[in-house]
Design a protein around this ligand. Structure first.
Ligand SMILES: C[S@@+](CC[C@H](N)C(=O)[O-])C[C@H]1O[C@@H](n2cnc3c(N)ncnc32)[C@H](O)[C@@H]1O
Length: 342
């Protein structure tokens, strides 16, 4: 057996979320990140050493700073080791998070998309853009057009990114607005926040939450602020609300078409119809070279139909193993993701 140069110990929580599928899913995520970031020759494989499971990373070159950042960004890396003969040396990874971890973990509610899966979706989608480096340098503009109570928004903020969220369910908007305001206050973060009626051309379109925040007072004063916008409105009409060609990544967990995942809209029970109505707007706001990543339930949206729909809307789905990210959540959810670029 050829032991790889680097071994990644997965976070125990990954096994709780994905059970036996964790190494395969996180391995596919790492492979996608490595490809996106041009780590040619990188190969990922699950491996067991002394009875402990790892994800092995074979690579032609030693890990540079970007490689370490990628491993730090991985949705479920607990620790990374470099093999030195028969021994493993711990590798210190950079800390990517800009805020206390509770930004992502504190909210608990029915219908919340799992944090690790959301992180994985964002990573794999960013890797498919023409500018993946923006994931790590704070430049990636993220849109979650069906954001619920904001799992994607919080993960984007924690990575130093700007984010826009849209959801038609007013209760989700109110819960998120209350959460974010309280969280920024409790952590004494310098910020501005506005929660206002959204009126475009005299028509009431819902509400808009806008916040500007920074990890430290110094960052805030120096203008290093992050922008967060949450639009409480229907995602099929973003005219006048989100500029054309302004976002790098559209990443969302689509309605699962089952009771606990589909409040809000009648169309949410037929996700493909909803996507057909929403995709013209999502592709309009996406910049050329940007990517769309959708998490979906294969029981209600067969993969080939979804891929055809994305192509109808002018998006290109990358080749590759169509089952790489597929996994069973429960009897009613056969979860998968698909990524397409503009
Ligand atoms: C699977 S949930 C997303 C959960 C979210 N990722 C979270 O962790 O809170 C799907 C969301 O799609 C929203 N939705 C359904 N139809 C919509 C529409 N027409 N416009 C905007 N949002 C919609 C629902 O309100 C629901 O919050």
């Amino acid at each position: 057996m050829h032991v790889p140069e680097h071994l990644i110990l997965l976070a125990p929580s990954a096994n709780r979320v994905y059970a036996a599928d964790a190494p395969r899913l996180v391995g596919a995520e790492l492979q996608a990140l490595a490809a996106g970031f041009g780590m040619t020759g990188a190969r990922v494989e699950p491996i067991t050493l002394a009875g402990v499971d790892y994800l092995g990373l074979h690579s032609d070159e030693d890990l540079d700073d970007t490689g370490k950042q990628l491993l730090a960004a991985l949705s479920a890396a607990h620790a990374v080791f470099r093999r030195e003969g028969d021994l493993l040396a711990p590798v210190r990874l950079p800390r990517l998070g800009h805020y206390p971890d509770d930004l992502v973990t504190i909210q608990k509610y029915q219908g919340k998309t799992n944090e690790q899966w959301t992180r994985l979706l964002l990573n794999v989608t960013a890797a498919a853009t023409r500018t993946p480096g923006r994931l790590l340098d704070g430049g990636l503009q993220v849109l979650d057009p069906m954001c619920g109570r904001g799992t994607t928004l919080n993960i984007a903020l924690s990575l130093g990114l700007d984010a826009i969220g849209v959801d038609v369910d007013r209760k989700d908007y109110e819960a998120y607005s209350a959460f974010l305001k309280t969280w920024m206050r409790q952590h004494r973060l310098k910020h501005t926040v506005e929660d206002a009626q959204l009126t475009i051309g005299g028509t009431k379109r819902g509400r808009r939450l806008t916040a500007q925040l920074a990890p430290t007072k110094e960052d805030f004063k120096a203008g290093g602020v992050q922008h967060l916008t949450y639009l409480s409105t229907d995602t099929t009409d973003l005219q006048g609300l989100v500029r054309s060609g302004s976002v790098d990544v559209v990443a969302t967990d689509t309605p699962y078409g089952v009771q606990h995942g589909s409040h809000g809209d009648r169309l949410a029970r037929r996700p493909l119809d909803l996507l057909d109505r929403a995709l013209p707007e999502w592709t309009r706001v996406l910049r050329t070279g940007g990517a769309v990543g959708l998490s979906y339930n294969r029981h209600v949206a067969p993969r080939d139909e979804l891929v055809a729909l994305l192509a109808d809307h002018g998006l290109a789905v990358a080749d590759g193993d169509p089952d790489a990210f597929r996994h069973r959540v429960d009897a009613s959810i056969d979860r998968d993701l698909v990524v397409a670029s503009k």
